[in-house]
Design a protein around this ligand. Structure first.
Ligand SMILES: [Zn+2]
Length: 415
């Protein structure tokens, strides 16, 4: 059976989304506690109460703000438990306070004046993806904040699908696990996620963009710190004695492949990205992030950096260069490739909702990647929003409807 959300349910979804974006729940980087901001508790507690009110079972909220619950199976036989996960924090890149959404019904394909006071315009020439949503209902910002569709769209879709399943017992499904996390935007959404308590065989994060997105590949990622110890001598009598750490930092960076940087790569091409450089004659420091989808190439990149430091140590003396490399996260693909049925199920659920799946590799990481390595295989599905993390963010209501239908189709298809 193919579920199509009626107007009543579409309205519930919209109302729910508008409620969620009214919460200021921006997370903050560099904070040791989870959640990183007190304000995230407001939406966390709201979601906790809401899940209970709509009849989700075993609803819990832990001391770090992770909200979980489940809908029991209504089938006779035992079938796998599938989970759906979204994050309720919004990006610290732009203000998420006092979001004043604008709703544009039957979008006509023209530029949208989001704010007449500041003349803030969402232009088709800059954001041609607008053209894919003509005739739809767009939800935009007023140009002063981000929207928070990332990832409150995902939260609204999951809660609406849950409520739908509970009020339609004729739809047969296995146990459905639901999880909402804080601090995804500061890279910590998976940190304290209790995979054991969640107790799903696999899950999907509803945290992608455009309709059809389905992702199970991401970068392998590491960070390299190169410290350089120089030797300061009076420049007038420095011949053969001075070691200028700042110059050596430049020499090191020159040895890195010039065409393997973020601005010169795309698709499956990896890179070295110099994120920080500082230095004087006495000491210097370089910081890189290393990225590659291919694990072997990723390891080769790390080895190349170490070799370069060793080579320069031979030239300038032992201990001048010190390199430290830490892995950050790994490509989810390794955890999924022997369970490709998880992807097939999502693809078929999209087909049923008349969507063509667009499988692509993420040039970044996801909480799902981290969860996959914690024992919960977790690809990512579109939630519908676009232009995340800034005032141009918008979401078509129709995309959220489709995402909700995909959740329902997945729930129904697992046997
Ligand atoms: Zn997100």
């Amino acid at each position: 059976m193919q579920t199509i959300l009626s107007n009543e349910w579409q309205e519930k979804l919209l109302k729910r989304f508008l409620k969620y974006i009214s919460f200021h729940s921006t997370s903050k980087p560099g904070i040791d506690t989870i959640p990183s901001t007190e304000r995230q508790w407001n939406i966390a507690k709201y979601l906790y109460e809401e899940l209970k009110n709509i009849g989700v079972e075993d609803v819990s909220i832990d001391k770090n703000g992770y909200v979980m619950g489940n809908i029991p199976s209504n089938k006779d036989k035992s079938i796998p438990t599938v989970g759906f996960i979204a994050h309720y924090d919004t990006s610290p890149d732009f203000s998420g306070e006092n979001v004043k959404p604008k709703i544009w019904e039957n979008y006509d394909g023209s530029d949208l004046l989001l704010n007449s006071e500041t003349n803030f315009i969402l232009k088709v020439s800059e954001f041609p993806e607008l053209k894919n949503h003509i005739g739809e209902t767009l939800i935009t910002t007023d140009g002063t904040t981000l929207l928070g569709s990332d990832d409150k769209s995902g939260v609204a879709e999951i809660v609406t699908a849950a409520e739908y399943l509970i009020s339609h017992p004729e739809i047969k499904h296995g146990k459905i696990a639901i999880g909402f996390t804080p601090d995804e935007e500061v890279g910590k959404g998976a940190d304290l996620f209790d995979v054991k308590k969640f107790n799903a065989d696999w899950a999907y994060t509803m945290d992608g963009g455009e309709v059809g997105e389905l992702e199970f590949e991401n970068f392998n990622a590491g960070v390299a710190t190169i410290s350089i110890i120089g030797k300061s001598v009076h420049p007038g009598s420095a011949k053969g004695k001075m070691i200028n750490a700042a110059l050596l930092a430049v020499e090191f960076s020159n040895q890195m492949p010039h065409k393997e940087t973020p601005s010169t790569t795309e698709g499956y091409e990896g890179f070295y990205h110099l994120t920080h450089i500082s230095g004087s004659v006495e000491k210097a420091k370089l910081q890189y992030i290393i990225r590659d989808h291919d694990f072997k190439k990723y390891e080769n990149r790390k080895a190349f950096m170490i070799e370069t430091a060793e080579k320069l140590n031979k030239k300038y003396g032992e201990g001048v260069f010190h390199i430290e490399i830490t892995d950050q996260y790994f490509n989810m693909k390794k955890q999924i490739e022997n369970k490709m049925f998880i992807i097939d199920i999502a693809e078929k659920a999209m087909e049923k909702a008349k969507i063509k799946a667009n499988i692509k590799a993420i040039r970044g990481g996801t909480d799902g990647a981290r969860l996959s390595y914690m024992g919960l295989p977790c690809p990512n599905i579109f939630a519908g929003g676009l232009n995340f993390h800034g005032p141009y963010e918008f979401v078509p209501l129709e995309s959220m409807i489709k995402a909700t239908e995909v959740i329902l189709n997945i729930a129904e298809s697992i046997e």
